[in-house]
Design a protein around this ligand. Structure first.
Ligand code: FAD
Length: 423
């Protein structure tokens, strides 16, 4: 059995960002990352691909290129977590021991839990931006759409980037309306299994207003439960409060699906999970440490953080987890510094974005010191041009969030009346 001081399971957004933070803080720390994939994906970029703004190739780089220098990359998958023995079992039969483990395995897309869905993807007008290979296909579907009913779904489970299901609908709407005759022949229906468009009320209200203004129909408590792609029928279970559930079929010409999501099985079946149904890694929401295993931390989508699962959340978790990993190794008290920050830039057209930032208080916050409940052109420029660059060149290199540079100006912004939206 090999042994390493700090072992990071998963080399996606969370794993690489954290590895870079740790390397910066302690260049001599012995550190390994377990990641089976030869590629690293910038997943937020898949929406930009579907909108036709960027090339799919720009959203992927070789894993070796993003792995920080000096970090040992183990190209295998974790098969089992054995935290009582301080080790993990790997798919190649090896065991790896550690002093501190950080779980960064992301989440699993559960396409096959909706009958008829997995086999229809990429055919009969069924598509999704949640799979890299279908992002460009989604763009072709939007371009080929000649009118009819376009249905967009949002599942009952927690998902990564809660705004993405709506982003793609707004981009579709704009593209349809831009083509002669297509807009008037189109009906866009957003079917969400949730009771609201977003968990933060101020954002949700604005989202409803945007959908209304554009004539996009919103149906709540509509969960996609079956797809009959050749017949172009989507079946929804509708659960109105106080009523028996009923089924409703909608005929579609285009169906954009966001699948149910869950913790990876290897985590859900391990002692690290909250419980087998809630398979996420149990965490203290502020220190990111496991409540029972003092030398285990989680970062990113796999953690049971009571906030939205986004790369933006990882951005602010990483410095806290890095500091706490070192504190744990050196026997110092932990920093309860993660306040639940998460963000999801909601693209509403090819020139406007609403920067949805919030934290554990479930109230809008803004790193950019402007009212976030507003569609803005500068936010579009950030999303389209700045964020992809920042992801590859700053975030994955373990550099601080840009908001940190604006923080000192908050007092001034307050005096100038720019922060009045905060109440
Ligand atoms: P990931 O980055 O998914 O990494 C998990 C890694 O674990 C993967 O590399 C995987 O190969 C690896 N792995 C899996 N199983 C194993 C195993 N058994 N052993 C070892 N390794 C394993 N976030 C935003 O902040 N803003 C956005 O606008 C935004 N838009 C999005 C749009 C789309 C379409 C999608 C799909 C996501 C979007 N996100 C956005 C969410 C963001 O991409 C994720 O929240 C982020 O990548 C989470 O990082 P992670 O490290 O937890 O998971």
């Amino acid at each position: 059995e090999s042994h390493v001081r700090v072992l990071i399971a998963g080399g996606g957004t969370g794993g690489i960002t954290l590895a870079s933070w740790l390397r910066r803080l302690r260049p001599d720390l012995e550190l390994a990352v377990i990641e089976p994939s030869p590629h690293h994906d910038f997943q937020s970029g898949w929406v930009l691909v579907a909108g036709g703004f960027v090339d799919p190739a720009s959203t992927r780089r070789p894993e070796a290129e993003v792995m920080p220098a000096g970090v040992h990359w183990i190209q295998a998958a974790v098969d089992a977590f054995e935290p009582d023995q301080n080790r993990v079992r790997l798919s190649d039969g090896q065991c790896m021991g550690y002093d501190v483990l950080v779980v960064a395995l992301g989440l699993e897309l559960q396409w096959s839990t909706v009958p008829g869905l997995a086999e229809s993807l990429g055919r009969h007008g069924v598509t999704s931006i949640y799979r890299r290979d279908l992002a460009a296909h989604t763009h072709r579907c939007l371009q080929a759409f000649e009118g009819g009913t376009a249905v967009f779904t949002h599942p009952a489970t927690a998902i990564k980037c809660g705004g993405a299901p709506q982003k793609i609908m707004h981009l579709a709407d704009q593209q349809f309306k831009a083509r002669s005759g297509v807009g008037v022949r189109s009906r866009l229906v957003f079917c969400t299994a949730q009771p609201a468009l977003f968990p933060v009320e101020a954002y949700s209200r604005k989202m409803v207003a945007i959908a209304d203004e554009r004539g996009e129909e919103v149906r709540y408590r509509h969960e996609l439960v079956a797809v009959n792609a050749p017949m172009r029928l989507a079946t929804f279970r509708v659960q109105e409060p106080g009523q028996a559930p009923r089924e409703e079929e909608i005929r579609f010409d285009l169906l954009h699906v966001v699948p149910p999501m869950a913790a990876p099985r290897v985590v859900a079946e391990s002692p690290l999970a909250v419980n087998p149904e809630q398979g996420w890694v149990a965490v203290d929401p502020r220190t990111c440490r496991h409540p029972l295993y003092a030398n285990v931390f989680a970062i990113g989508d796999v953690g049971d953080f009571p906030t939205a699962k986004t790369a933006a959340a990882v951005r602010l978790q990483a410095p806290v987890v890095a500091a706490n990993v070192l504190a744990q190794l050196e026997g110092r008290p932990l920093d309860p510094g993660y306040g639940g920050y998460s963000a999801c830039p909601l693209i509403t057209s090819d020139h406007s974005v609403m920067l949805l930032e919030f934290d554990y208080t479930n109230r809008p916050v803004s790193s950019f010191l402007v009212n976030p409940v507003k569609e803005r052109w500068f936010a579009w420029l950030l999303e389209r041009f700045a964020f992809p660059w920042i992801y590859w060149n700053r975030m994955l290199s373990g550099l601080p969030h840009e908001g940190a540079y604006l923080k000192p100006f908050e007092g001034l912004a307050r005096r100038l009346g720019l922060m009045r939206w905060q109440g």
